[in-house]
Ligand binder design. Sequence first.
Ligand code: TYM
Length: 340
Amino acid sequence: MSDATFTPRVFSGIQPSGGLTLGNYLGAMKRFVDMQDADRFECIYCLVDLHAITVWQDPAALTRNTRELCAGFIAAGIDPEKSILFNQSQVPEHAQLGWVFNCVARMGWMGRMTQWKDKAGKNAEAASLGLFAYPALMAADILAYHATHVPVGEDQKQHLELTRDIAAKFNHDYGVDFFPLTEPVIEGAATRVMNLQDGTKKMSKSDPSDRTRINMTDDADTIARKIRKAKTDPEPLPDSVAGLEDRPEARNLVNIWAGLADLGVEDVVAQNAGKMFGYFKQDLADLAVAKLAPISTEMSRLMQEPDEIDRILSRGSDRAREIAAPILRQTFDIMGVVRA
Ligand code: TYM
């Protein structure tokens, strides 16, 4: 079935598990804002708290992190009137369709997910069943809205392929063309922002060292210091993109510049060819502070108004349900589930 049959609709999600990073911002949130502002899609953005609890969350921290993430979305430019912004657990259709997809997805498919293997590690026996089923709930998030486009960072690619497999198997098993085969949108220079001290590792909120990442709550001085201290190599910047090959730290800083400035990697290289990293990092620090510090300031301001944040999430959940509930009802009808 072609996407033309479906309303062009964007869905994406971020876990409220604390510590939003520059990776989340450039790989996801900033691109969510671009898609919202392009006015080509109806946009639905979700704080996926049910995904966060697949590993234990301290209750008070989960509450705080959910509100902080909501503040982050708004501070970054998501307009809760234009886009639908809500938290997953307030829309029960996610968990209900997630169960249906637990029955569609195969154990073998789930066992091949690299994020499952990484997160469960050697002790898979002790991991939660929810962590194993995580990608089926993610498919439900997307397909409960018949979303056609899903902007994510590169690390989510395999989960989105699985979402297509689940949609295709459901459609095939029931002889319908009901769920769309969603398009992953993994575009731009910064779909994989790397660790500031080791350009071969992804920037992550779970790295024990805070120097490896920029947090969206960092103040201007901290942002500038972390960039100035980022690992680089002794060579100046090359005059072509090919010259960044085998220089992961250099490549990462160029990608971050391109992501922050909405430029192509070629443009950043052309602007900075031959520059020593000391100077490049100073200019990058200035750019990062100019782009990120206002977001962190606005997040702190919004965090002073938790009732307003809760109201926004509640209103967003009502709007989300208006779309998801009929799709779940139709899913049950297709399956022959009896309801009054
Ligand atoms: P999460 O919460 O780990 O990350 C949220 C988004 O940030 C992107 N991201 C990065 N992008 C570039 N460089 C990085 N270093 C980096 N780190 C994180 C992620 O790719 C993601 O887009 N499973 C998802 C949440 C989810 C979801 C969904 C996403 C649940 N349901 C439905 C899309 C659609 C996750 O754990 O993201």
